[in-house]
Design a protein around this ligand. Structure first.
Ligand SMILES: [Zn+2]
Length: 307
């Protein structure tokens, strides 16, 4: 009965094969078990990017922080995006850069501080050549690195072309601008300077919902506008930051005429922006600014939840 025998062999063979597959599947499952075990909280740092370079080739960097408790629908990204910029006027406004680094340290150790609807980007030093002039350092520096020479500190306000960057943006731009009682260069045309173009590219690529600039030392929070008045959200965030931090809210800067400012340019393209001026050139006033930042987080968390 060769046919029967063959059938028997086939059946026996199939059984052995089935057992082998079963064993293999068991081993595979057993081996995989640790991987599907509870998802451990993975500490993920910010996304670091070099978003461009300064006139003298120094890096302009951005650090983007996602909420720790991101919702699945947003693919781990907050729906709203806040950008914080330090050091537009490097030099004697070095404290605005140190404040930005302190904020980054805070976000690293308190990732839960970012509401699940929010993404936060920090550009700590927009004018790294100006900061280098007074600290001799690239990237992070200590207070001890800062020059005490007044002339050096003052010259570091400008970029390496001697241009006041916060007069080089496309809002009522004109070649000569004012800083206090002085006439300063606003560049050859709007966005003639690499640092201003870096910020413009960042804005057009990321479309943030609001931008907060740190400067010193007028002890106030300023709204922004160009030709079309102040955006409603700008007033909201100016008041939120001012109330929480104790810096005076100021609808407009009227100490002297300012043209070509970055906040005004943002207003002209529909992006709310505020300027936070610290009280001195030497302190970061961390607790006050943290209170202001938290107020903004709450504001955007509320508005995102109401979508
Ligand atoms: Zn400034």
């Amino acid at each position: 009965m060769p046919l029967f025998l063959r059938r028997k062999e086939v059946i026996a063979g199939s059984c052995v094969l089935a057992i082998l597959i079963g064993v293999a599947a068991f081993v595979a499952l057993y081996k995989k078990a640790p991987e599907i075990a509870p998802a451990a909280a993975v500490k993920s740092g910010p996304t670091y990017k070099v978003i461009g370079t300064s006139m003298e080739g120094r890096k302009i960097e951005s650090y983007t922080y996602l909420p720790a408790e991101a919702s699945a629908q947003t693919g781990g990204k907050g729906q709203q995006h806040l950008a914080f910029v330090g050091g537009m006027h490097g030099g004697y406004e070095w404290n605005s850069v140190l404040l930005a680094y302190t904020f980054m340290d805070y976000l690293e150790s308190n990732p839960e501080a970012i509401p699940k609807n929010l993404t936060v980007t920090v550009i700590p030093s927009l004018n790294p050549d100006g900061v280098f002039k007074v600290t001799g350092k690239e990237g992070r520096f200590e207070i001890a690195d800062v020059s005490t020479d007044k002339t050096i500190l003052e010259s570091g306000r400008f970029n390496a072309n001697g241009v006041d960057l916060n007069r080089n943006f496309d809002c009522k731009w004109k070649p000569e601008a004012t800083w206090r009682s002085k006439t300063v260069s606003a560049g050859g045309e709007a966005f003639s300077e690499p640092e201003a173009r870096v910020l413009r590219s960042f804005i057009s690529e990321t479309h943030p919902d609001a931008v907060i600039f740190w400067h010193s030392q007028a002890n106030a929070v300023y709204a922004s506008e160009c030709e079309e008045g102040i955006l409603p959200a700008t007033l909201d965030i100016m008041n939120a930051y001012a109330n929480a931090s104790g810096y005076r809210p100021a609808i407009s800067f009227d100490a002297y005429e300012v043209a070509g400012d970055s906040e005004g340019w943002l207003a002209s393209i529909g992006i709310p922006a505020i300027t936070v001026e610290l009280k001195t050139h030497e302190t970061i006033e961390w607790e006050r600014n943290l209170a202001g930042i938290k107020a903004l987080f709450e504001y955007y968390d509320r508005t995102a939840s109401s979508f």
